[in-house]
Design a protein around this ligand. Structure first.
Ligand SMILES: O=c1[nH]c(=O)c2ncn([C@@H]3O[C@H](COP(=O)(O)OP(=O)(O)OP(=O)(O)O)[C@@H](O)[C@H]3O)c2[nH]1
Ligand SMILES: [Mg+2]
Length: 202
């Protein structure tokens, strides 16, 4: 079995995974290829719990290897918010602009150098009747005072990387895919991939 399903409906994530999985030489599908796919309820309180809910549900339904990504932005001055609630921070319709506006409003009194934050990405890998495995990645930066850039998705226009003097939304996908939280989690996945391949892709 050389097909895996990314248990996600987020177009931004899926585009990144199509590139990040390129070296693995696998056929990558996502829930966007299955228009009737269920919405797995994210009832967990951690990235690990939510990723596991998504990958286990999809692995079971499609009888295949499924990888889920649960990720979010953790801002120090906001005690880690929006965290696991990043997608729906400003409401159930998951609107990126409204989420950004809410974060900027909450941080308006906080000086730039104190706006430290990081993205976290937890990937869970599931297949029927095999215990789920996890990898995690982080990427650290600062929250900008206004949105800049048009690339990427989510909070990318306000996530500023001091090393590049650019937000994620100003970086080409090749650059973001070298340093992002998702890229760091994929690096870990690459390390355990030989074992997983033996166990999961029989
Ligand atoms: O600027 C960003 N650049 C990123 O690289 C990134 N990664 C995650 N996020 C935010 O965190 C939520 C995840 O929530 P989440 O893991 O539940 O995903 P989701 O609900 O969007 O899709 P799904 O994979 O669950 O179908 C997303 O919606 C985004 O708001 C990002 N924002
Ligand atoms: Mg989600």
């Amino acid at each position: 079995m050389n097909r895996i399903i990314i248990a996600s409906k987020n177009k931004g994530k899926i585009e990144e995974f199509q590139k990040l999985f390129h070296p693995f030489g696998l056929t990558i599908q996502s829930l966007l290829d299955f228009p009737d796919a269920i919405d797995v309820e994210e009832t967990g309180t951690t990235f690990y719990e939510n990723a596991q809910l998504k990958s286990e549900a999809i692995a079971k339904i499609y009888n295949t290897v499924a990888i889920a990504d649960d990720s979010g932005l953790e801002i120090d001055a906001l005690d880690g918010r929006p965290g696991v609630y990043s997608a729906r921070y400003a409401g159930e319709d998951k609107a990126d602009e409204a989420n950004i506006a809410k974060v900027l409003e909450e941080l308006k009194e906080i000086p730039f150098e104190q706006r430290t934050a990081h993205f976290t990405c937890v990937l869970s890998i599931s297949a029927p009747n095999i215990p789920t495995r996890f990898v995690k990645g982080e990427c650290h930066g600062l929250i900008a005072q206004q949105p800049t850039g048009t690339l990427g998705f989510g909070y990318d226009p306000i996530f500023y990387i001091p090393e590049f003097k650019k937000t994620f939304a100003e970086l080409e996908s090749e650059q973001k895919n070298k340093l992002s939280h998702r890229a760091m989690a994929m690096k870990e996945l690459q390390v355990i991939w030989p074992t997983i391949k033996e166990e999961f892709l029989k």
